[in-house]
Design a protein around this ligand. Structure first.
Ligand SMILES: Nc1ncnc2c1ncn2[C@@H]1O[C@H](COP(=O)(O)OP(=O)(O)OP(=O)(O)O)[C@@H](O)[C@H]1O
Ligand SMILES: [Mg+2]
Length: 689
């Protein structure tokens, strides 16, 4: 079990009888320490239920469970491996009664919270409402209740928010509901106020392990302290350079506090990176260098220099997406070749969710299977599926699944029964639904009113198709799209069916984004189409045909071998052989809100820099970084600048000669491992700093 661990990792795994912190850079095997330590504890006879391992995401938890099972067999399945929030649920379901919470309490998601806040008097304007929601969440994360928030409110606006918070908390209690912040805050209150519950949990947990410790927030830290108690049997692993959740209240102070709060803390540093080639690691080290150092560390790799990191300047998002696809296709090589690579070896990472849309479009066109991690894929969104159904029908009126969806999105008086009757008629005469619509004998098969609504739908489709065929140029396209959406009342439909104003406007903004893309495709190059210079203008019908092509591909969701598209945040802790970072532009990464003061901005930039570091260090063998010469800003297209982080990577710097100490370290590690393998061997020598 100790095989595949270097001496420092082994030291962390073997450390027993007190608190342990592994502090190390990306790819140095911190997560590996956790899985091996779970296995070691089980091997030493600890009951699985007494071990808890806390990860940052459900995905990371699933992966850790899998790895632990591979190492330790079935016993690992009983180990509690979950996120802080899932642990909170466990605590509350088991012992929440002490706080007046029934075991079957419900958990509100962010949209539920938004609408409940609105009921409690929060602003109905979506931007302000979001600000209120964030403020309340921030207070709750800082451990403040409504009365404390009111007492420390700096101005009238804050007082208003605190008053709404008080109502909101009352309603939550009345509805037996909790929000995400409560999943940490309430268990903390539970353990603080009820010594007998606290003692029981402390006795139950033999060892607690925490991955990505740098991203815990103050409340999570307090909860952890109460869970481990004075015995402090825990192992935390983390990297201050990868702290990327400051915006959600995570604080690096937790790293500083650990040695103060636990004087017996054993700190172990890992320095060898097992993930990335020298070229990739060097770029990562250069990028993070300007940030202030909490704990200095020097990462090295003996995987060789590898391929240079490639930089690409792209004309615009679509161009970038095409190059991403081309690279995947060329690296994958012929399916039969020895160098053939799987789709799952590739990841494309970006700063913000909305950046997935052009990538998804290009991957679909090239029939490359992908999954969007950390969010819903653009083409999976209900509103985009609705619009695509209409477009598919314009391209091919005989597309029955599209007919069924478009006929009811939005609802226009065509009921379930009418569609069933139409379907029965169509299959009897071997017609498509659309063809059946205009068949003479249909009138005998269905009531006149139903027939009239169906005919009206058919006529509006015909009309759209006719207009789409003749629609060319940006202005005509914009007018076509506006008329279409207005004609079917789509914006109202979204607002009526959203759980909150915020959700409705987010969906509408996706629709507008999609419309922008379509309009650009129809743009007349003579009119200066910035997004697609040199491309022939298309009619709206051509665009509809492209959409039909890319959205009717068979559903590849179930496939395992897929390219990953992910935000940088959701990529934390993961690794892929081939990584492309896209949209590495000033204004995108670093992302820059306008309304911050200088001090906040400096903090923000440090966090964005860590995010870039996280992105680079996901790559094992190859890394491509691209930026856009023209990028979208809201609804406009503006000239793009490469991110400052690109210059900081110093891609043209000569490869440094391998640190001569690296070889010595590797030798020493090998020696230590051999010594371990010898019967009767002593403990591993301590690792030099
Ligand atoms: N001693 C080792 N020998 C061989 N491979 C190792 C060793 N330690 C770690 N690895 C491998 O290196 C890669 C990175 O390890 P791991 O994911 O545990 O690093 P990490 O420090 O948790 O990274 P991150 O900071 O990105 O979360 C994994 O593929 C892992 O299997
Ligand atoms: Mg990790």
């Amino acid at each position: 079990m100790s095989s595949g661990l270097n001496p420092a990792q082994l030291q962390a795994v073997a450390h027993h009888g007190g608190p342990c912190l592994v502090l190390a850079g990306a790819g140095s095997g911190k997560t590996r320490v956790i899985t091996h330590k779970i296995a070691r504890l089980l091997q030493q006879g600890m009951v699985p239920e007494r071990i808890a391992a806390i990860t940052f995401t459900n995905k990371a938890a699933a992966e850790m469970r899998e790895r632990a099972r591979a190492l330790a067999g079935r016993a690992a399945q009983q180990v509690l491996i979950c996120t802080f929030h899932a642990l909170g649920v466990r605590l509350l379901r088991q012992d929440g009664a002490a706080l007046g919470l029934k075991p079957q309490f419900s958990i509100l998601d962010s949209d539920d919270v938004a609408s409940l806040l609105k009921d409690c008097g929060a602003s109905t304007d979506s931007v302000t409402a979001r600000h209120w929601q964030w403020t309340i969440s921030g207070w709750k994360n800082a451990g403040l209740d409504a009365a404390q928030a009111l007492a420390q409110a700096g101005d009238e606006a804050q007082r208003q928010i605190a008053l709404v918070m008080a109502k909101y908390q009352e309603r939550l209690a009345a509805y037996q509901s909790v929000d995400f912040d409560d999943l940490i805050g309430l268990p903390l209150a539970l353990l603080q106020r009820h010594p007998e519950v606290r003692a029981r949990w402390q006795a139950q947990l033999g060892h607690v392990l925490i991955d990505e410790y740098q991203d815990t927030n103050a409340t999570q830290y307090e909860l952890l302290k109460l869970l481990v108690g004075a015995r402090a049997q825990f192992t935390a692993v983390g990297d201050d350079d990868q702290s990327i959740y400051g915006w959600r209240g995570a604080t690096l102070d937790n790293l500083k506090r650990l040695p103060q709060d636990f004087p017996a803390l054993q700190v172990i540093k890992l320095e060898q990176n097992y993930r990335s080639t020298g070229a990739i690691l060097r770029a990562a080290n250069h990028v993070i260098a300007p940030n202030p150092k909490l704990y200095p560390k020097q990462l090295w790799s003996d995987l060789g220099e590898g391929e240079p990191v490639r930089l690409q300047a792209c004309d615009h998002e679509e161009h970038e997406a095409e190059r991403v696809v081309a690279r995947i296709q060329s690296l994958r090589g012929p399916a039969s070749g020895s160098a053939h690579k799987a789709y799952k070896d590739f990841a494309v990472l970006y700063r913000a969710n909305h950046q997935s849309r052009p990538l998804e479009t290009a991957l679909r066109k090239a029939q490359i299977p992908y999954q969007v991690s950390g969010g819903t894929g653009f083409f999976e969104r209900a509103e985009i599926k609705d619009l695509c159904a209409w477009l598919r029908l314009m391209a091919n009126p005989d597309d029955d699944p599209a007919f069924l969806r478009a006929a009811t999105a939005p609802k226009r008086g065509i009921g379930h029964q009418t569609l069933q009757q139409l379907g029965a008629f169509a299959s009897q005469y071997k017609l498509s639904l659309y063809e059946a619509l205009f068949a003479h004998s249909l009138s005998a098969a269905m009531p006149a009113r139903a027939l009239a609504t169906l005919h009206e739908f058919g006529r509006s489709l015909n009309d759209l198709q006719y207009r789409a065929r003749h629609c060319r140029g940006l202005e005509a396209a914009a007018a076509f799209l506006a008329d279409w959406l207005q004609g079917i009342g789509y914006q109202q439909h979204l607002l009526d069916h959203a759980d909150s104003a915020q959700q409705g406007s987010a969906r509408w903004s996706n629709v507008l984004d999609f419309c922008d893309w379509m309009a650009q495709r129809c743009a007349d190059p003579a009119a200066g189409d910035a997004a697609a210079p040199g491309r022939a203008p298309q009619t709206m019908l051509d665009v509809a045909q492209t959409v039909a092509l890319i959205t009717t591909l068979q559903d590849r969701q179930q496939e395992q071998d897929v390219v990953t598209l992910s935000t940088l945040h959701a990529a934390k802790g993961l690794e892929w052989p081939h990584v492309q970072l896209v949209g590495v532009n000033e204004g995108l990464l670093p992302m820059r809100p306008d309304d911050e003061d200088a001090a906040a901005l400096a903090q923000r930039l440090q966090e964005e820099r860590r995010l870039m570091y996280v992105g680079i260090t996901r790559a094992q063998h190859t890394l491509v970084v691209s930026w856009l010469k023209r990028r979208k800003k809201g609804r406009e297209t503006v000239p793009g600048q490469p991110s400052r982080f690109i210059a900081d990577m110093q891609l043209d710097s000569a490869p440094v000669r391998e640190d001569p100490r690296a070889k010595l370290r590797a030798l020493r590690a090998e020696f230590a491992q051999r010594a371990q393998a010898q019967p009767g061997a002593g403990t591993a020598p301590p690792v030099s700093p």
